[in-house]
Design a binder for this molecule. Structure first.
Ligand code: BYC
Length: 472
């Protein structure tokens, strides 16, 4: 039985019979999916200290409790409406926003919502084995917090599909539970969400870089003329911030520990000998997830993106900071690669909207890497992490048919084959990471050797709090 108590919400669920009926069909399938594809080994006998959103105001947002994961109260929340909100960009600039889906944009909007929705369960599937290799109870709890919130983000998109897309929307909502990350026959839609995440270095890089793509995409969707989409994604952004915190501080703590171990080992020693993660390995994983996440922004020149913008469906991050919002006659200087050389050409700005958002994304990532490098600097290390050139290791867009090194220097296919594992994780790197993560750390206050403890615990609790407990 669907009730407001079971499903916290601010969408008037108790008086919306149509939505209730749709959710009554979908929710049991969701729970089955969570049990089958969610965190393996942590379904029935563990209680996790998680935050549950029970309303959109700050108090409802900081509600912490122990729950068994399948009993988490996944809710449906929209950020508060903005009075007299107007369309902020594109051909309908200045008109009132839409409360219903216009027929002519139904397919495009459905496609955007399904693509966004598909990433959420995908990430839970990718991360399902990590609990068995966790570096501490604190990290285990953070993993599960991220997982339940990705589950809630799926609910957010399913709410839109059920409420605004009728029969088609209900079918799409079912299919979101049927595709599977990495499945050969029914893969997830976007490439990065089919990559395995079986070690914690990948998890932290994913939450740093791929969740940050979530941030840029959600920021651009939160500008949408479809007001319910805008309000849903605005609330999702508040959760995304925590995921990026997990990623950024996770890598920061690994760097901290690597520096300590390097000092102990006498700087010239290989830090792997003392069980740490060496900086070149960290850099390789950064290269991997940054380049995969660049791909998530789509092709550089995209008529889809132009049409989303023209129709007011998907804008730019922070649209109100731009001077001009119709953008009909503006151009973007884009770097093409022709006859083995970079060539700059003008592209209609509307067709370059994926690249404009990618620019914003690269800037946001750069700031994060600067913060990581401060740790190396504080420890007197000369090594620095860096973002690879945006042409490096691309699978989508105009650079994907060529090869480049992390400095953006073109390579032949043979040169690339010979050197790619200098820049990307090799099977031996993964094997090493799995070897130091083989034993999970479940003792409160204890941390795996390769990672430093956090500065503080969750919700002002001590670091050695029992964030995950087994049922008596
Ligand atoms: N992989 O014109 P193009 C998150 C396809 S992450 C595979 O370049 P468009 C999260 C594309 O579908 C944020 N295929 O693309 C993070 C098209 O196919 P068709 C997710 C790709 O439409 C962590 C063709 O290539 N949000 O939230 O301008 C944990 C050419 O298309 C890829 C969204 O995705 C790819 N990477 O842009 C949990 C927002 N890229 O039509 C969650 C909604 C492109 O030829 N989606 N293709 O069959 C969008 O805004 C757009 O669909 C995209 C692509 C930016 C993804």
């Amino acid at each position: 039985m669907i009730s407001a108590e079971k499903i916290p919400n601010n969408v008037n669920l108790s008086s919306n019979k149509r939505l209730q009926r749709a959710l009554e069909h979908w929710q049991p399938k969701y729970i089955q999916w969570w049990r089958d594809m969610g965190p393996q080994g942590f379904q029935d006998y563990h209680q996790v200290y998680v935050r549950t959103a029970i309303s959109v105001d700050p108090e409802g947002w900081t509600h912490f409790e122990y729950v068994k994961l399948p009993e988490y109260r996944w809710g449906i929340f929209l950020a508060d409406p903005v009075h007299d909100r107007r369309i902020g960009f594109g051909d309908f600039f200045g008109q009132p926003v839409w409360q219903e889906v216009p027929g002519e944009f139904r397919n495009q909007l459905r496609r955007l919502i399904v693509t966004q929705g598909d990433t959420e369960p995908a990430s839970v599937e990718q991360q399902r084995l990590l609990g068995q290799r966790c570096p501490s109870l604190y990290d285990l709890r953070n993993l599960f917090q991220v997982n339940v919130e990705e589950g809630r983000h799926l609910w957010a998109m399913v709410y839109l599909l059920h409420s605004y897309f009728g029969r088609d929307g209900r079918d799409e909502a079912e299919e979101l539970l049927e595709r599977q990350s990495g499945n050969r026959d029914k893969p997830r839609i976007l490439e990065a969400f089919n990559e395995p995440i079986d070690n914690w270095l990948d998890f932290f890089m994913f939450t740093m870089f791929t969740d940050r793509d979530g941030k840029s995409q959600l920021m651009s969707l939160s500008e949408s003329s479809l007001d319910p989409l805008s309000r849903t994604t605005r609330f999702m952004l508040t959760e995304e911030a925590h995921h990026m915190f997990v990623g950024e501080t996770g890598i920061a703590r690994i760097l901290e520990r690597t520096c300590q171990l390097m000092k102990q080992a006498g700087y010239s020693e290989d830090v792997r000998k003392v069980g740490g993660i060496d900086i070149p390995t960290i850099q390789k994983h950064l290269n991997q997830w940054f380049s995969l996440s660049l791909d998530l922004h789509g092709s550089e020149v995209s008529s889809n993106a132009a049409s989303y913008f023209a129709n007011g469906l998907k804008g730019r991050a922070k649209e109100d900071t731009f001077e001009e919002h119709v953008v009909k006659n503006a151009y973007y200087n884009m770097e093409f690669f022709e006859d083995g050389k970079p060539v700059t050409k003008e592209v209609l700005m509307r067709n370059a909207m994926n690249e404009v958002l990618r620019d914003w994304y690269v800037g946001d990532c750069t700031a994060g890497v600067v913060r990581w490098n401060r740790i190396l600097e504080q420890h007197g290390m000369s090594d620095r992490l860096r973002l690879p050139d945006r042409k490096f290791h691309r699978g989508i867009g105009m650079y994907s048919s060529f090869h480049f090194d992390p400095n953006g220097v073109p390579l032949t296919a043979e040169q690339w084959e010979k050197r790619k594992y200098d820049w990307l994780p090799s099977a031996a790197d993964t094997e090493y990471l799995l070897s130091i993560m083989a034993e999970p750390v479940y003792e409160p206050g204890k941390f795996a050797n390769y990672i430093a403890p956090p500065r503080r615990g969750i919700n002002q609790l001590p670091i050695d709090f029992q964030y995950v407990r087994t049922e008596a």
